[in-house]
Design a protein around this ligand. Structure first.
Ligand SMILES: *Cc1c(COP(=O)(O)O)cnc(C)c1O
Length: 428
């Protein structure tokens, strides 16, 4: 940052909001008076459209009973496919390569049980040591189910600094013993974006299947799956896509793999026309729908119908541009105002490697987060020493960013955090 040029005034933040072409979406969300919500990377906020969609879904149950499967505005029988088609543009995939189903963890189990095919000495799974724990638990249990020892068969690429991963290190670990690679698109702590295109190319050169967990990228950054040739992906919709707590997740299967037998089969993976023939012979759908298992959680899908419309209107490229602008503005304010208070920036600074949130590190992070909450700023804490701050394109303003850093400075100047214990809560 050039301090001579950077304008840290409140008026400047306001002027950025005035120029912001996505600012109209903010009024569609339920924002609480007196709070600045910067936790959209953990749980996105409720919008009026999502609320309306959920209420309409309740109405269709009230109105149609069992016939809701085929009647009403959004017949439940094809709802997962319908939403798959609406989510697909966010990752530049074809409509039939995406299905809205399950959760990140259950979808990962489904994908690994489908795509992990140990043969000869090619028996290992490659992941990384910074990955979200649920993904690791899932990989460990999948290895155990196939009779392999996770201690020897799950390779976790090391981080050089505890924050970031180097693509070179991941590629170097793609040995001829690796059958499958599962990586995050964006690391949940540092917010680093991995180069999915390059990693996929390198994996495929070595005849290794590769899949990504998009939890921290979908709805925040565009993905070009039509060009990258990724084999599969899984994600949730309750973070940047604002589909509500426990909202149904999604998965992508490259059309090259259509017809591959699901590791975990269930009747909702059937070809639609065959499902109610009730035969004991499974006839799988010819697309990503084949990897569904049981009856869709209709009420937990509903909010996404409303929410996704805003992404369609705003466009994911514009969302990414605003998000990058906000995080760079936030980093500038941090280095301008918080230089002397012991913070360090744990996220990558380069645009190409920076996800949707800022990761601030501080030895007192747990109690600084508590002080932020007391002052109406909602961050989240990630052990051991990280504060995640996510200015979200559709509902946060530049004014929010300005005020939250101003409040953080006040907390540090007055040492307000000292009134709290430096320990995380149950939900951090
Ligand atoms: C949020 C998140 C999950 C959560 O998985 P659920 O099955 O929805 O509980 C998994 N992986 C990553 C990387 C996440 O960020």
């Amino acid at each position: 940052m050039n301090e001579k040029i950077f304008d840290a005034s409140y008026e400047y933040a306001r002027s950025l909001d005035e120029q912001d072409e996505l600012s109209t979406f903010r009024s569609e969300f339920y924002l609480k008076e007196g709070t600045i919500y910067l936790d959209g990377n953990s749980l996105g906020l409720l919008s009026k459209r999502a609320e309306k969609a959920l209420l309409e879904m309740l109405d269709s149950w009230k109105e149609y009973g069992i016939d809701g499967w085929t009647e009403g505005k959004y017949p439940w029988f094809t709802l997962s496919e319908h939403l798959g088609k609406l989510v697909a543009p966010l990752i530049h995939a074809s409509a039939d390569e995406v299905i809205v189903t399950g959760s990140t963890t259950t979808n990962l189990h489904q994908m690994v049980s489908t795509f992990y095919e140990p043969v000869g000495k090619k028996t290992k799974i490659l992941a990384d040591e910074l990955t979200f724990p649920s993904d690791i638990y899932s990989l460990q249990s999948q290895l155990l189910l196939r009779g392999f020892n996770p201690d020897t068969h799950l390779i976790r690429v090391k981080s050089r600094d505890g924050r970031l991963l180097e693509e070179e290190d991941i590629i170097a670990a793609m040995s001829d013993e690796v059958a499958l690679i599962v990586l995050p698109s964006v690391l949940y702590r540092s917010g680093q974006v991995l180069d999915m295109k390059r990693l996929t190319e390198e994996a495929h050169k070595r005849d290794i299947i590769i899949g990504f967990d998009l939890c921290h990228s979908i709805g925040a950054i565009p993905h070009y799956f039509n060009e990258w040739d990724v084999d599969f992906a899984v994600w949730c919709h309750y973070k940047y896509l604002n589909s509500g707590p426990g909202g149904v997740g999604g998965l992508y299967v490259n059309k090259r793999h259509f017809g591959k037998k699901p590791g975990l089969a269930g009747w909702f993976g059937s070809k639609k026309e065959k499902q109610f023939d009730m035969e004991h012979l499974f006839t799988q759908a010819a697309n990503a729908g084949a990897y569904q298992i049981g009856t869709p959680h209709v009420l937990s899908i509903a909010p996404l119908i409303g929410s996704i419309g805003m992404f369609e209107e705003a466009g994911i490229e514009k969302i990414r541009n605003k998000s990058l602008h906000m995080t760079s503005y936030m980093m500038n304010l941090i280095s301008f105002k918080l230089k002397d208070y012991g913070f360090s920036l744990g996220n990558p600074v380069e645009e190409r490697r920076r996800g949707g949130h800022i990761y601030l590190e501080h030895t007192e992070a747990a109690r600084i987060c508590k002080a932020l909450k007391m002052n109406g700023v909602i961050p989240d804490f990630r052990a051991p020493n990280g504060i995640r701050l996510a200015p979200v394109a559709l509902y946060n303003s530049f004014e929010d960013v300005w005020k939250s850093i101003d409040i953080l400075k006040e907390i540090m100047v007055k040492e307000q955090y000292k009134q709290f214990e430096n320990k995380r809560g149950v939900i951090a």
